[in-house]
Design a binder for this molecule. Structure first.
Ligand code: TYM
Length: 324
């Protein structure tokens, strides 16, 4: 099957990105034709620091590699290295109703957050995302809960294009985790963990053991003392249990059993130790890759060449279908 997914090089990648998305990629890359993109054109739709964008792109690629994404099996590249993404995005813009874009949850949230700086790119962001997906005739798109709506829109845009100009695109399907598709903030567990929120609200993949321990110790928990999964009544503990169960590859039920008579403090200590153990390889790999930046550049360049060939083939079909 053809798989496509991507992460923006903005802010610090966190365990939500890893547990909900990258772990799906690791499974999928074993038996499928996978493309994993660093989506830099998406990252510039809100104010950003242009002097560190290139560094951020390499950091995201380093995370893909540190997680175990294998460039021999999967294609890894930077979105802006394959210009067909913008060409297709423009063409898809011509068949996408503005109303569909205005009702996207992420547009509403981001435009509220950046109220003085709403560019047309922020509104059209899901069209670029549809272009990313459709350009490669993608069948499955593994993402977190917050991107489900955008993938469904991509499917609808493909359906509309095929109906108007003839069968051209495969209709992509979204794939999200049954548990953990939305990892919540450590400080406000009714909100999702986000790259752009304050540092103490998330565990970043490059956090030191001291940072991890401090953040877990001060994470918001709920009244009561039982370690039980109940997102409505116990959002804080339920989120920590979800993180624990994903790291341990256990069910929530079994995770609860591990802490049947334990205090919140004991649970948090065990979770911190586990996170330190799981995240240490990320920091080590980052240091190792920082010493050979040319290795990442080479992987991204080879990936862009491979992706480019497929993108050009789709664009030839699209131009012909549209009479261009
Ligand atoms: P981005 O960069 O915001 O997030 C990357 C991926 O991580 C998921 N995610 C989460 N999952 C669980 N819990 C959380 N707290 C959490 N926060 C983020 C996101 O759902 C996403 O899968 N528009 C996309 C990037 C993109 C893309 C694409 C994805 C651009 N083109 C094509 C798939 C296919 C985004 O902003 O993700």
């Amino acid at each position: 099957m053809k798989i496509f997914s991507g992460i923006q090089p903005s802010g610090e990648l966190h365990i939500g990105n890893y547990l909900a998305v990258i772990t799906q990629w690791l499974d999928l890359q074993e038996k499928n034709d996978c493309i994993f993109c660093v989506v830099d054109w998406h990252a510039i739709t809100v104010p950003y620091n242009s002097s560190i964008l290139q560094q951020k792109i390499k950091e995201v690629a380093a995370i893909y590699l540190a997680s175990g994404i294998d460039p021999e099996k999967s294609t890894i590249f930077t979105q802006s290295a394959v210009k067909e993404h913008v060409e297709l995005a423009w063409l898809l813009n011509t068949i996408t109703p503005v109303g569909d874009l205005q009702r996207m949850t992420q547009f509403k949230e981001k435009s509220a957050k950046h109220a003085k700086n709403i560019c047309a790119g922020l509104l059209n962001y899901p069209v670029l995302m549809a272009a990313d997906i459709l350009l490669y005739q993608t069948e499955v798109v593994p993402v977190g809960q917050d991107q489900k709506q955008h993938v469904e829109l991509a499917r609808e845009i493909a359906r509309r294009f095929n109906a108007r100009f003839g069968e051209t695109f495969i209709l992509p399907k979204v794939q999200i985790m049954k548990i953990g598709a939305k990892i919540m903030s450590l400080t406000e567990p009714t909100k999702k963990m986000s790259k752009s929120d304050p540092d103490q609200s998330r565990i970043s993949l490059f956090d030191t053991p001291e940072q991890i321990k401090k953040k877990i110790a001060s994470s918001t928990t709920d009244s009561g003392h039982e370690i039980k999964y109940n997102p409505e009544e116990k959002p804080g503990i339920s989120n920590l249990l979800t993180i624990y169960s994903l790291l341990m590859e256990k069910t929530i039920k079994d995770a609860e059993k591990d802490f049947a008579n334990a205090s919140y403090q004991t649970f948090k200590q065990r979770l911190s130790e586990l996170l330190v153990e799981k995240l240490t390889p990320f920091r080590e790999k980052k240091t190792e890759l920082a010493q050979s930046p040319e290795r990442i550049e080479k992987i991204l360049k080879a990936g862009a060449e491979k992706a480019g060939i497929q993108a050009q083939a789709t664009m030839a079909k699209v131009r012909q279908a549209m009479g261009l």
